[in-house]
Design a protein around this ligand. Sequence first.
Ligand SMILES: [Zn+2]
Length: 245
Amino acid sequence: MSLSPSELERYGRQIQISGWGMEGQEKLKAAKVAVIGIGGLGCPTSIYLTAVGVGKITLVDNEKFELNNLNRQILCLQRDIGKSKAKVAKEKLEALNSEIEVEAVVAEITRDNVHNLIGDVDVIVDGQDNWKTRFIMNEYCVTRGIPFVHAGVSAMHGQMTTIVPGKGPCLRCIFLKAPPEVEEIPVLGAPPALFASLQVMEVIKLVTGIGRLLVGRMLFASGEEMAFETVEVKRNIRCPVCGGL
Ligand SMILES: [Zn+2]
């Protein structure tokens, strides 16, 4: 997949990064990435995936923007309140980068429809705020061998890990039971923006092969303490999801 003169200019500064080059940019152009949930994480994630030149981005969200989303869901302007998150995001992202393809999927993910909604993609990004859907996505990714970049945020802290099925633990290895669901998670914009940036870096590394992935490691960050910690997480050979791999 060769690059046009305008793409060479648009991505010129990142192509200079050691190990990236034309080859890395062409891999990004050929890549298909799905972002599940266009909220505090998914808005900045999809903006940076668009800016960096991922060739096809699928945005999945069933909800409409509300006023109380505006403190963190940065693809929403006041005039977008009441409109579909996925459709608004698609329109803005296409205005940012017309060289890529953006697909909006307005639907709630279930175990039965996930393949029809997303199909075969190279990486899936977790922008969800509930463990029920996260576990569905985790299982789908393990079954199809798709890398899954998990992140979760609350208040001023968050966590993330990258799941590469068969190479490291899946979410169910780490959380055998779903953590309790919180109806309305207290949060502001900066922590999801931080984790969204880190998720995008993992996507870039997964696609281009640059660097060391956050596989088998969980990163915790606290904005209150301004502390970052990475702990090792291991596969559970009896994991009900990935134990058979
Ligand atoms: Zn597992």
